[in-house]
Design a protein around this ligand. Structure first.
Ligand code: SF4
Length: 475
């Protein structure tokens, strides 16, 4: 039978989607990209903030209307967070599955599509939270050559604005050997870029799963040291480390192995100590700037010549005044991270900030968000100019089809047409950062000697900066 997977939310939820594909394949189901031919449509939802919830709800209603013959299943964080309410109110969905324990999914499948007998009417299965979902991922939903590896699930930080601990539960870490084995098998499958993910990589192993004898390396440093013993040509990127839990002892491990990319995604959220502490975070902008100084200092002599940063800011939080916003602006200006994003606080039930007073008005919060993104839009191209002239390996994501005009010019000039592709260099994470716009022609070969295709790795010269992208030519 055929199923269609409509994926929403973050990379952690994408891994869950890939695991669901593995479970369904093992049960003889096949994924289709054509929802019309699917017997089952899975909305793997996001329940993080208001706008994301709305998007997932609309996806269910749209699927119900457009594909009356299919069974529509709401899975993911929205289903995990509101199973009772939604099973009573979201009549467009035929079933609900929480993400506490994906290994129980076959039970719900059997209720929906019983081998014999009649299907259960609108089954709801939200298993108790346990372990970190892992297992077969026969299909990776990232661009070829890239994959996410989830090393933890859940979170114990309880930032006062965040509902994730309420959805994903307490922190759980996988074992170092389990993660290293998965990385090894992905590399053997031809994956070149592995992005390690979790709610907070800095908390990896702090749930007691990994022993840290006194003076020993932090669990994350132990993990990176273990991955560093793997053979092969691959790259490791760390996504999302809480600034208060940044284990500095990972830096020398990373400097020692250039396959561990000096790319750090550290969401500082605010540049005002009072607001940071109201977010139930311990740090302050001065400490954070010192952390960034240490990170940058560690990579000046490395083959990369620098470390790059991505950060995230939350605006309109209760207690954020015009004065504290100005501090966030000055913090961002000093930080000079290569990439940053921002979002507006929404009152999430069950979080500590639900009972905080009013946040900034929508208009003010939006004005502050626009101002912060405008500052980042000036910083990014300036920081990108560091790479102009460098020869770097880039991962090809998409080939841009030739236009008829290009073909006509090639015909007329008898010269192979210049082709374009979208690729990423080490300083660009998937889905969130700018791209490398790559020039090549039909004679170009990738680092394996093959014609370019998504997943190819090539060495390219960075020619110039174009907004948040860089332009390059394959060498
Ligand atoms: S670190 Fe804070 S913001 Fe991130 S998932 Fe945990 S509670 Fe949420």
């Amino acid at each position: 039978m055929l199923f269609f997977l409509d994926q929403h939310g973050c990379a952690k939820n994408q891994v869950d989607g890939e695991l669901l594909i593995g479970i369904l394949n093992a049960k003889g189901w096949t994924r289709t990209d054509i929802p019309d031919e699917a017997a089952l449509i899975i909305i793997n939802s996001c329940g993080f903030i208001e706008s994301a919830k709305q998007e997932s709800l609309e996806a269910v209603i749209t699927a119900r209307t457009a594909y009356p013959n299919a069974r529509v299943l709401l899975a993911g964080c929205l289903s995990e967070r509101y199973p009772e309410e939604l099973s009573e109110t979201l009549l467009e969905a035929d079933a609900f599955f929480g993400n506490g324990d994906l290994s129980r999914f076959p039970e719900l499948l059997e209720q929906m599509f019983p081998a014999e007998g009649t299907p259960t009417a609108r089954p709801v299965l939200c298993p108790p939270i346990c372990g970190v979902p892992s297992g077969e991922r026969p299909e990776l939903l990232s661009f070829p050559g890239s994959a996410y590896v989830k090393i933890t699930e859940g979170c114990d930080n309880y930032c006062s604005f965040c509902a994730i601990p309420l959805i994903r539960g307490p922190l759980r870490s996988r074992t170092i050997s389990d993660i290293a084995d998965e990385c090894e098998s992905l590399v053997l499958r031809g994956v070149w870029e592995i992005n390690l993910i979790g709610q907070d990589l800095g908390s990896f192993g702090l749930d007691g799963g990994i022993s840290v004898p006194f003076g020993e390396k932090s669990p994350l440093a132990q993990l990176l040291a273990r991955i560093s013993t793997l053979s092969g040509d691959f790259r490791i990127r760390l996504l999302y480390i809480h600034p208060d839990n940044f284990p500095r002892d990972i830096l020398p491990v990373m400097v020692a192995d250039p396959r561990l990319l000096p790319y750090f995604d550290i969401p500082f959220q605010s540049g005002d100590t009072t607001v940071i502490h109201r977010m139930n975070r311990k740090g302050n902008p001065e400490d954070y700037l010192r952390l960034v100084e240490d990170i940058r200092g560690a990579f000046v002599e490395s083959p990369y010549g620098k470390a790059v940063l991505r950060s995230t800011f939350l605006l309109g939080f209760p207690g954020e005044t015009e004065k504290s916003f100005k501090k966030t602006v000055s913090f961002l200006t000093k930080l000079r991270c290569l990439w940053s994003g921002a979002f507006i606080w929404s009152r999430e039930e069950g979080t500590a900030s639900e009972s905080f007073g009013r946040g900034a008005s929508k208009k003010t919060a939006q004005k502050r968000l626009d101002a912060l993104l405008e500052i980042q839009r000036t910083i990014t191209p300036e920081e990108l100019s560091f790479f102009v002239g460098q020869h770097l390996e880039v991962l090809v994501e998409e080939l841009i089809p030739l236009s008829d005009e290009d073909r006509a010019t090639a015909e007329r000039t008898k010269m192979p047409p210049t082709q374009l592709a979208l690729a990423r260099a080490w300083f660009q994470a998937p889905d969130v950062d700018g791209s490398v716009v790559l020039q090549f022609d039909e004679t170009t070969r990738d680092n394996r000697g093959k014609p370019l295709e998504p997943g190819s790795v090539v060495t390219a010269k960075i020619l110039n900066v174009n907004g948040v992208d860089v332009e390059a030519v394959v060498l």
